[in-house]
Design a protein around this ligand. Structure first.
Ligand SMILES: NC(=O)c1ccc[n+]([C@@H]2O[C@H](COP(=O)([O-])OP(=O)(O)OC[C@H]3O[C@@H](n4cnc5c(N)ncnc54)[C@H](O)[C@@H]3O)[C@@H](O)[C@H]2O)c1
Length: 331
């Protein structure tokens, strides 16, 4: 089968290799000519690895749209709407959209499936599926064992993609019928990873990290439920699983961005240094708006929002969290 990958960064290129390993044909599109060039020289744009000979990339948007009718979206969430608007003008047949970006749209707090529904002309829409779960591109590119989840409102599509992405060597995919829960879990865990990194940057220890991860799960559950997903999903691969891999690893850009925050760097300095996507910071902003709108309690995300906007210092943030009313451990 043929796949058009939009976004040839760390994850999009890595999934291109996975699909190629599984016997499929891929064409990758990226706005950065340098990424296109590297992929066409069989090099990963970010990792020191050689890509399969048959993988190709292009800077020509029309070429990638005409290549197939199955589009894997691997761009930062903040640009997904613009990319879809552009796609709409080139599409000519009912198409399938696979989203692998893990974020919530800033300002609207919308999930990518909602953005696809709003932007893609219904006559060009065949189906939507999210592919998510605990996965560092750095490990998948080395073909290290990884479990993922495909979630869709269309169970046949989730199952078809489960088989397409799975292999016997290193990749196993489960299906889920909770599209909302999977999309939200994958996005919010990045916000918690920033907070976990901030604690490490501040010099707090492993006790604090365990506390952030565990109470982070409580915040993820609250958000999943208010956005219409299932609580159980938050305890699976796309919630707790992804949180574990992200919130304790230097491989995670979200954790590393948080660590810099904890060390006293400003958001502007962090964005300047890190050219790759940091979804967690924007997700903190989106979740702050959501908490206000739905009146849900998200103490860590709220305090992280204040830190990002220079309304409170890291040290005062910890004091504010600790001085909240004492209560029982519940959801
Ligand atoms: N890196 C990982 O391990 C990983 C794993 C799972 C999910 N994700 C998610 O995948 C998404 C992409 O992450 P990444 O790590 O590949 O980020 P990245 O920054 O490495 O890659 C994003 C790519 O999108 C390209 N891009 C930006 N705007 C574009 C546009 N308008 N049209 C086409 N291409 C455009 C950039 O040039 C870049 O190559 C994020 O939402 C991330 O959370 C990443």
């Amino acid at each position: 089968m043929k796949f058009s990958i939009i976004g040839g960064g760390a994850w999009g290129t890595t999934l291109g290799q996975l699909l190629t390993d599984n016997g499929h044909e891929v064409l990758i599109y990226d706005i950065k000519d340098m990424h296109v060039e590297k992929i066409n020289h069989h090099l990963h744009p970010f990792f020191d690895t050689t890509l399969p000979q048959s993988m190709r990339a292009t800077s020509d948007f029309k070429e990638v749209i005409d290549f197939s009718s199955t589009y894997l979206l691997s761009v930062p969430t903040k640009v997904v709407r613009d990319v879809l608007k552009k796609m709409n003008t080139y599409l000519s047949q009912p198409s399938t959209f696979i989203n692998v970006s893990k974020g919530i749209e800033p300002l609207t707090s919308k999930r990518v499936s909602e953005i696809v529904n709003e932007e893609i002309n219904p006559k060009y829409f065949k189906g939507f599926v999210v592919l998510t779960g605990p996965s560092h591109a750095e490990e998948v590119i080395l073909r290290k064992l990884t479990l993922l989840v495909t979630a869709s409102d269309d169970q046949q599509l989730a199952s078809d993609m489960q088989h397409i992405f799975s292999n016997d060597a290193y990749l196993r995919v489960y299906t889920s019928n909770d599209l909302t829960g999977c999309e939200v879990g994958g996005a919010v865990k990045n916000a918690i990873a920033v907070i976990s990194g901030a604690c490490t940057g501040l010099g707090l220890g492993e006790n604090a990290r365990a506390a952030v991860i565990t109470r982070g799960i409580v915040e993820i559950v609250r958000i999943v439920e208010v956005m219409g997903g299932k609580k159980e999903t938050a305890f699976g691969l796309t919630g707790v699983g992804d949180l574990i891999v992200t919130a304790s690893s230097e491989n995670s850009r979200n954790f590393s961005a948080g660590k810099k925050l904890g060390q006293g760097f400003s958001i502007d300095q962090i964005y300047k240094e890190q050219k790759q996507t940091i979804e967690g910071i924007r997700t903190i902003e989106a979740m702050h708006d959501l908490a206000f709108k739905h009146k849900i309690e998200l103490p860590m995300i709220e305090i992280a929002y204040k830190i990002i906007h220079n309304q409170v210092s890291m040290e005062d943030a910890v004091t504010q969290l600790l001085s909240r009313d004492l209560k029982s451990e519940d959801f």
